[in-house]
Design a protein. Structure first.
Lengths: 190, 98
């Protein structure tokens, strides 16, 4: 038999169901850690190879980035398949990082024509933008602060020579992806 | 004299109201998630989901994750409007009583 609801009970049901929606924060951490550690390792390897005067020093990027991209797509699809719920936050984040990837690609394409002097600073600003907005969406302040730190490092990078910009990339990714990524892994759901 | 707005009988039932309220706050949710959130039994939830689907308030897609069957539910624009109308009707009841 169906229970007859009064208006207060009805409102209480609606409120408790809407208020109880949680996004699985920890699931997002895997992407920050995957990209964070890949970019950190690539930037340091590139820097080291320049010091060793290896002429193929730049080759680390076209090798490492597609591998991380394939891993990301694989993990993302698996998470989407297995997810019991998809929230509006998930949708917002998908659009943000999808757009981020497109702009990143355009920036690299433009660098092929205009030179790579400003490429790394632009990438650092973008890392900052991505984590700043994600932090806002997820209400997770280490990501917001990581984004701000990346922007500050990105400003410094404008005035530094190419080699040292690589160290800026490593520093920016450490503070905007890796540290928040590890903190996110231990965070409760939001 | 103000009139009583009619409460949608389809939503004026605790489990169906809970299901539609969960679905209005997410993009999509599967059966297991809805069962956990509402605390309903699988049998009862299944019946109420069918009723909401028949009314056009939710979309139900059945597929497989590996070998496990999955029932994925999303709210339709019609379901969204019905919940909004239900809440408006509730508000008239409350304002008439107070």
């Amino acid at each position: 038999m169906e229970k007859n609801l009064n208006e207060k009970e009805s409102l209480a049901i609606i409120h408790s169901m809407i208020a109880g929606t949680r996004s699985n924060l920890r699931e997002n951490s895997v992407f920050y850690l995957l990209w964070g550690w890949t970019v950190l390792a690539s930037a340091l390897a590139h820097y080291l190879l320049i010091q060793l005067e290896n002429e193929y020093n730049w080759l680390v990027w076209p090798i490492a980035m597609p591998l991380a991209g394939i891993a990301s797509i694989f993990i993302g699809r698996k998470q989407e398949r297995e997810a019991m719920v998809k929230t509006h936050l998930d949708r917002a984040l998908n659009y943000l990082w999808g757009g981020f990837s497109v702009v990143l690609f355009i920036a690299i394409l433009a660098s092929v024509k205009y030179g790579f002097e400003i490429t790394y600073p632009i990438l650092i600003w973008m890392y900052g933008l991505g984590t700043f907005v994600s932090g806002g969406i997820l209400r997770f302040s280490p990501l917001v602060w990581g984004g701000v730190i990346a922007w500050m490092i990105g400003i410094a990078a404008i005035f530094l020579p190419f080699e040292q910009q690589l160290l800026c990339v490593a520093g920016a990714i450490l503070f905007s992806y890796i540290v928040p990524g590890h903190l996110l892994r231990r965070a409760p759901n939001a | 004299m103000p009139e009583f707005a009619e409460l949608d009988p389809l939503l004026h039932q605790s489990l169906r109201l809970a299901v539609i309220s969960v679905l209005v706050s997410v993009e999509s949710a599967d059966f297991v998630y809805l069962k956990e959130r509402t605390g309903a039994t699988a049998g009862n939830l299944s019946v109420q989901i069918d009723k909401l689907q028949e009314a056009g308030y939710i979309n139900v897609v059945k597929d497989f994750v590996g070998k496990r069957p999955r029932t994925n539910c999303t709210i339709t624009p019609q379901g969204r409007e019905a919940l909004a109308a239900y809440v408006t009707a509730l508000q008239t009841y409350i304002s008439l009583k107070s």
